[in-house]
Ligand binder design. Sequence first.
Ligand code: UDP
Ligand code: MG
Length: 319
Amino acid sequence: MRTCLYIVVPCYNEEACIDLTASILGQEKLSQLVLNGIISQDSRILFINDGSTDKTWEKIVNLHNKNPDLYSGLSLTRNRGHQNALLAGLMYARTKADVVISMDADLQDDVNAIDKMLEKYFNGSDIVYGVRSSRKKDSFFKRFTAESFYKFMSWCGVDIVFNHADFRLMSRKSLDKLSEFKEVNLFLRAIVPLIGYKTSSVYYKREERKAGESKYPLKKMLSFAIEGITSFSDKPIRYITKLGLLVFCLSIIMLIYSCVNWYRGETVIGWASIICSIWALGGMVLFCMGVIGEYIGKIYLETKHRPPYFISEIIDKDE
Ligand code: UDP
Ligand code: MG
């Protein structure tokens, strides 16, 4: 029996892009793979509507009505963010497909890398990472912040594939294991390496967004990065403890130094130095409390076990 492939595409306000994506991914790529006998005829493109406020869902329904053999869709009850939308798609697709590829709706990921991913899958890999070999088309700012983030994550001891985002192939076996992770703070690119099995990478050039605007402004990007770091590493808290110890040692040295000065009769009326240290220490204490607060917030959310998403509609030929 041939392999059934689902390509999962999370979409948030992608009305400008979705028709082009559907045609390149579905009519061209998926149809060709079916025609060449690489994948089975019940393979699909699965769009996840992440609570879009524009015509994205109408367009997905339209695509399905015109070509139910090629396009399916899930709609979430509201916007839950890229990672949750992706998870909803992956968890649905694992009940249907043998192998699932996730990619963005803006065609920044190279469609032709899909062939290489499937080849690696047929050669025994359960997880294949799409890795950006070049991101020249990204702005300098995006490239710099993104690459610094990957380096910082590695430095924090998190097992993360450099320059890999969420363009990846996963076999049903590995998706079943993914479903056993119950955390609410989702950061898939660091969870997937924890699964294990045979993995490999496919390299591709990151292209420009084909239409529409990025749904990841700086604010969202920053909170995503903080999410990633604090979900997978307790190193920042450790460094805070070490920093506290260092400042304490410094204050002891300063105390001895002041006593010596006082003994020598060299007491200086130092207003500036006192004010500076108050500000510096105050800032540091606030920052450290913030980092600890981040972790406490995480624990708070995890203990609630809130469901990460609700599906309001499913359009799939066999449903
Ligand atoms: N996305 C989503 N929910 C959101 C934000 C984004 O499903 O709340 C989707 C979006 O439609 C796209 C993917 O996540 O398919 C990546 O977003 P985008 O391309 O805007 O991010 P960038 O490439 O600029 O980092
Ligand atoms: Mg993009």
